[in-house]
Design a protein around this ligand. Sequence first.
Ligand SMILES: [Zn+2]
Length: 323
Amino acid sequence: MSQRLRRLAAGSTLFAAVAAVVAMALFAAPVSSVQSGTTAAANAFHGERALRFTAAAVAFGPRVSGSDSIEQTRRYIETTLQGFGYTVRRDEFAATTPVGSVPMANLIAVVAAADGAPAGPAIVLAGHYDTKLFEQFEFVGANDAGSSTGILLELGRVLAENKPPLPVWLVFFDGEEAFIEWNDTDGRYGSKHMAQRMEAAGELDQIGAMILFDMVGDADLSFPKDGNGAGWLNDIVWETAASIGHDGVFNDNITQFMEDDHLPFTKRGVAAIDLIDFDYGPGRRYWHAPFDTMDKLGSDGFQAVGETILTALPAIAERILGR
Ligand SMILES: [Zn+2]
């Protein structure tokens, strides 16, 4: 076994995470509130811009939690979101990790709902913005997780001009990656912190649904369904994708059980799904490797994801509101 494969086996972030891959034929009942055709918000989404936001984050180099470069990345995210008119909140905390206490911060921007929209809980669109620590090579994490930063910024740009049917929170998690080895205590520091904090404050009912974006930039993008995710949310997203011609990206034949930043929330009863294409390069060769660079990414996948999620928002809101 090569050194790389040993590292994959031992240090696997999401590999350990794929508990099983199950081929399933899914015959979900139609969700009547899924609309036909894209929305104005979806039409305003530009995959090329998401790609450019990703490149800007990746240009900061390795963005390991606690590093100077992740602080520069935070400032870039904040400045960009402020440029769209948002107030950005830093939720700072000290994470206890195998390498000691590490200062971290989640970033949260709230998109107000459209005028006249009914009151209701928020739809959280989330991703992580840290990259995994590697000392043996420079890891810039274009897809993992530069792509999460890029798509969230483009969604933020679009939603500032096209108000959603319920409030949307744009959440950038710090510390998704493990410092040593992915397990219950190493990794997902930011999402655990936020879920625990909200639970302690009795605030989890402020979240109606969560969609997590991780590794969404692959030029050859194809998502399995998330078996750990909420079925109704998967159904709306996948049916929406099919209705606007993106069933090539939202693959209806494969289900994976992903451990990621959504689980601290699903464990606490929040409806969430993880959109992740873990099949990155031949034999996952690009994942957690020096090959995870911008040349592996493409705008078409971003476009499909952005259009699908923005088109799905009204149906997700209807479901949250119990209509
Ligand atoms: Zn990773």
